[in-house]
Design a protein around this ligand. Structure first.
Ligand code: NAP
Length: 422
């Protein structure tokens, strides 16, 4: 295959000589049959699970498209490998490649202690404006779960990724900065904030709220989902969380009036009978949502929520279907998307060929869906489900399942590949 890509000047890496670029279009992305996809292997168990995930994805694409389609992987560097090659954790080459080639797959990264970054993941999301963290949570039959009816959980969470208390606007207790901020607030707003406080700021904006909720509603429409729930703590934080709810409803009514029905309309206009083909838009206060999602999981479908709520809620939902080792995720902007495992680098299992690659494999499945390669995505999901039903699993699941066979990471990948059938 000949390269037909734009020449980009990298410092220490070279783009592949085969494959083509994915292009951004007005209505999404245009994907060639041999797309170049950048890949960050990740630290710790990243080295084991990335190998496994790539083998599974390549095998599915090869089997389903019979050689007519192929992913051309382009390794780019972040974390410890980047440190060795570049002397820095997140080199410019990597940001350039991920931005240019649009779609990436990423393993977990160590958070540098005392380095220039609070988290490489947050730095990547901010640098590339990946404003939505998208986490589907669905039960795979046979996986041990603490719930009685885990199969009722099938939600997809759109968590705002760029603002809220995660914006990183904080001043530590006792610093000159915090003294100035406290003095300013106490003087100008007639407050009494104790002088020994630390201060954090929680910005939530119209633009960032609307683009997140817009993405969630579009997803619901395109994937024929039943409802979109705005999860907020607006009863207490009226001008941030409450505003998130109000702006969320606004974008729904202004841009998707033909598709949505509010809960009020459902009761008052439709006598509680959901009209065919419409999507219910409702909202829930975050604390009540945490119990609702456990007690009545099947009443929820697509969820849109600010950053902090989303962080907690996605792990809580993942726990119901077997933990973060089983849950995939993507960080998506207007076009650029990074698909990544939800767990960390689990250093004690690094290079032992033990870790469970499911989270990364399912993230790669989301990536195939994003490319529009649904058939390959479906095949991997089915094969993964079959492998778990055959009780062929890695150590973490084997210790919770009776009569299971413990497989290495690489053996688990081989078992999935074996189960990819027509
Ligand atoms: P962690 O790496 O997620 O590991 C915590 C525990 O979770 C492991 O000891 C293991 O539990 C289990 N686990 C995680 N992934 C697993 C897998 N694939 N298969 C089987 N078991 C798995 O969390 P951490 O120890 O708090 O963090 C380690 C490093 O990862 C830190 O530097 C942290 O900053 C980083 N991190 C990165 C990301 C990311 O890149 N997205 C996310 C979170 C953390 P058992 O020992 O009980 O088997």
């Amino acid at each position: 295959m000949k390269s037909r890509i734009t020449v980009i000047n990298f410092d220490k890496i070279e783009a592949p000589t085969e494959g083509e670029e994915i292009k951004a279009t007005d209505c999404g992305i245009s994907v060639p049959d041999n797309p170049i996809i950048s890949v960050i292997e990740g630290d710790g168990i990243g080295r084991d699970i990335m190998k496994a995930a790539r083998r599974v994805i390549d095998a599915a694409v090869r089997k389903v498209y019979d050689g007519k389609r192929k992913i051309v992987w382009f390794e780019v560097y972040a974390g410890q490998k980047a440190c060795e090659k570049y002397g820095e954790w997140l080199p410019e080459d990597t940001l350039k490649a991920i931005g240019h080639f649009i779609v990436s797959l990423k393993g977990p990264l160590t958070t540098p202690v005392g380095g220039g970054y609070r988290s490489l993941n947050v730095a990547l999301r901010q640098a590339l404006d990946l404003y939505a963290c998208v986490r589907p949570v669905k039960y795979i039959r046979g996986v041990p779960s603490p719930m009685r009816y885990p199969e009722k959980m099938d939600v997809i969470i759109f968590r705002e990724n760029t603002e809220d208390v995660y914006a990183g606007i904080e001043w530590g207790q006792g610093t000159e900065e915090v003294k100035k901020v406290i003095a300013f607030l106490n003087k100008n707003f007639d407050l009494y904030i104790p002088g020994d406080s630390g201060i954090g700021v929680k910005p939530i904006s119209i633009k960032n709220t609307k683009r997140l909720v817009r993405m969630a509603i579009k997803y619901a429409i395109e994937n024929k989902r039943r409802s979109v729930t705005l999860v907020h703590k607006g009863n207490i934080m009226k001008f941030t969380e409450g505003a998130f709810r109000d702006w969320g409803y606004q974008v729904a009514k202004e841009e998707f009036a033909d598709y949505i029905v509010t809960e009020d309309e459902l009761h008052n206009k439709y006598n509680n009978n959901m009209p065919e083909g419409k999507i219910l838009i409702n909202d829930r206060i975050a604390d009540s949502m945490f119990q609702q999602i456990l007690l009545r999981s099947d009443e929820y479908d697509v969820i849109a929520t600010p950053n902090l709520n989303g962080d907690y809620l996605s792990d809580a939902c993942a726990a119901c279907v077997g933990g973060i080792g089983m849950a995939p995720s993507a960080n998506i902007g207007d076009h650029v998307a990074i698909f990544e495992a939800t767990h960390g680098t689990a250093p004690k299992y690094a290079d032992k060929d033990m870790a469970n690659p499911t989270s990364l494999i399912l993230s790669a499945v989301m990536m195939l869906e994003y490319l529009g390669w649904q058939k390959a995505a479906e095949k991997v999901k089915t094969a993964l489900g079959e492998t778990i039903m055959q009780k062929q699993v890695t150590y973490d699941l084997e210790r919770l399942m009776e009569g299971a066979t413990k497989l290495k990471t690489s053996e688990f990948a081989s078992a999935i590949i074996e189960n990819i059938r027509f």
